[in-house]
Design a protein around this ligand. Structure first.
Ligand code: DAH
Length: 344
């Protein structure tokens, strides 16, 4: 039995010495010291020995056991640090390599225009408000003095979802919403940028487009306020030399109503292909809020007056950036969008 112990010890130490990985070392440990291990088997046989032999063999086996355990521990530590060093080596990062370039997005030209307008009007004391894109016939038309069957509805061929609901054709719908929400509280000074929808589709019209609406209601609001405001607005967007021209027009929710032209910023009013040789570009609808609209939405027209205007943001962005097809604004083509990535 003594021989057996020293043989097991010798083999165990040799195998420990040769183990190249922690996993193999673990196997060695199980092979000798595990429940069914070789040394454990010897310990189990002790019961069969005589009383004299038992202590002697016991101490022999135990000292072999502790020697194996000790060696296992030492080897385990050295293998662990070896493996860690290998891992560190393989995961080493070369901090001097050039970094992968982060792709920077750029602001959509429409959002640039919207933000510019918002900043300007907020600086003049306006609030920026929004309304639902799925609108009721009542707010999109009826409360703006366009009762059912009114011929002016034809100008805005629409997407109806049901007889009552449609995709809003104009941000003017939010005029009525704002007045109804404030009821006689003044002043109202809001702009409403947002999406609008009509059944159209060609190079200058899209089924979805963007408008910005403006509404001011207070006591003693006059045409002079409208004119001054639009002048500031257009000069800010298109340049200080921009001039405005008010032409009489018709909108059901304003009286009087105007189409507002701006002097062509490409040719300065001399006439070119952009302004079709006229020197002017039609850009806005505007007017003095119709007394019926004030009345229908909770304001006494004898006491209050207001002005309103609306313009297409797509057209404005197209002029500002020289874009010739409105559909480019909605195509999500990276090559188009990154062209506006300039510091301005
Ligand atoms: N909502 C009109 C349109 O879509 C534009 C407009 C005209 C808005 C006159 C106004 C306004 O507020 O006073 O064509």
């Amino acid at each position: 039995m003594e021989e057996q112990v020293s043989k097991i010890l010798k083999n165990a130490l040799q195998e420990i010495e040769q183990a190249k990985e922690l996993k193999i070392l673990e196997d060695v440990k199980v092979k000798y010291l595990g429940k069914k291990g070789e040394l454990t088997a010897l310990l189990k046989m002790m019961g069969g020995l005589s009383n004299e032999e038992r202590p002697k063999m016991g101490s022999l086996v135990n000292s072999a056991k502790s020697e194996i355990e000790e060696k296992l521990e030492v080897k385990e530590m050295s293998l662990q640090s070896e493996e860690l060093a290998k891992k560190l080596e393989s995961e080493r990062i070369d901090v001097t390599l050039p970094a992968t370039k982060a792709r920077r997005g750029s602001k959509h030209p429409l959002n640039r225009v919207i933000e510019e307008i918002e900043d300007l009007f907020v600086s003049m004391g306006y609030d920026v408000v929004s309304g639902p894109e799925l609108e009721t016939d009542e707010y999109c038309f009826e409360r703006l003095n366009l009762p059912k069957g009114h011929p002016a509805r034809d100008m805005q061929d629409s997407f109806y979802i049901s007889p009552e609901y449609l995709l809003r054709t104009q941000t003017s719908a939010v005029q009525a919403r704002t007045m109804m929400a404030n009821k006689e509280k003044t002043p109202i000074r809001v702009i409403v940028p947002g999406k609008t929808f009509r059944r159209e589709d060609d190079a200058t019209h899209s089924h979805q487009f963007n408008q910005v609406e403006g509404l001011v209601v207070d006591e003693n609001i006059s045409f002079a306020d409208l004119k001054g405001t639009l002048e500031i607005f257009m000069k800010h967007m298109l340049g200080e030399n921009t001039e405005l021209r008010f032409r009489p027009s018709y909108f059901p929710f304003t009286e009087p109503s105007y189409e507002v032209d701006v002097s062509c910023f490409k040719c300065g009013g001399k006439g070119c292909n952009l302004c079709k040789q006229t020197g002017w570009i039609e850009l806005l609808g505007a007017g003095i809020v119709h007394p019926n609209v004030l009345k229908m939405n909770g304001y006494d027209p004898e006491k209050y007056s207001g002005f309103a205007f609306g313009t297409g943001l797509d057209r404005l962005a197209m002029f500002k950036y020289g874009i010739t097809d409105i559909r480019l604004l909605y195509g999500n083509d990276i090559r188009f969008l990154t062209q506006f990535d300039r510091k301005d």
